[in-house]
Design a protein around this ligand. Sequence first.
Ligand code: SF4
Length: 312
Amino acid sequence: MRVLLQFPEGLKQEALRHAKKLEGEGNEVFISASPTFGACDLALDEARNLKVDKLVHFGHAEFSHVDFNVEYVNYQIDAPLGLLPQSLVYLKAYDTIGISTTIQHMHQLDSVKDFYEKNGKKILIGRPYGFAKMAGQLLGCDIGSAASIDSRVDAHVYFGGGIFHPIGALLSTKKPFLVVDPFNNKISFIDSYRELYEKRRRGKIIASSGARNFGILMTTKNGQHNLALAKLLKARIEKDGLTAQILVASTFDFESLDNMREFDAFVNTACPRIAIDDTGRTRKPLLSANELIEVLRMKAEQKGIEAQSMQR
Ligand code: SF4
């Protein structure tokens, strides 16, 4: 069988080992060297180009159905649970806790739940909105497991490495948010990021107030491609007498975007985290669709005020 293997960045270090094993079993094996960010980003072009029989995607569960033979290889990581007793000190004031994690640690969520319950906490586990598949699982673009229970918990606990996943959940919740990171041996409330991200958001909107030419980013990635939204936003911008063009790439390169100097602002329709996390990587503001609507409303208000003062 001819197969193409695809690994997220954190697992690329193991690519050769897997390739050699499959080769030893009589397969013809290729490894995708492109960056990948999730199962929303399958190496389908490479797979079709090579005419492989199967694409093997490591580390993520299925995101959305694609018309290709894809095998998803789950990658469980046993994170040490030794920080949990210490986390109780941070959770003293909270009785009902919502817990969440990423797909790599889903098999440990019951142990985390048992631990807190044995220590007198009531534990709730929310359901994702659709892209993530399991209760308690967070994706950068599916924070339902935390947001769906926000009104019923006193605090949230995210168990896992880094802050990419909990930041998404943090921005869609209001309750105190504790990260228990067994890899960095760190426990911290990340609530202060809410204010920081809100400041950035306001800054982008104000910086876009004079924009006339908008570049709408549309990716070809299987799970992020949204032509309908890109067209809708283009029409909405043009309705206000402004200019918009749809810009296409698989992975957007921020330096290349900076070279497109005619554009005053960019609007993201790809992975929703781009407009949140990559703000500041382009010279021009990088807006989400909702932020664009705010910008257009602000411009319309401004126009109205100017028209009124002309009449006086
Ligand atoms: S957050 Fe972005 S990269 Fe991650 S799964 Fe969602 S769309 Fe894909």
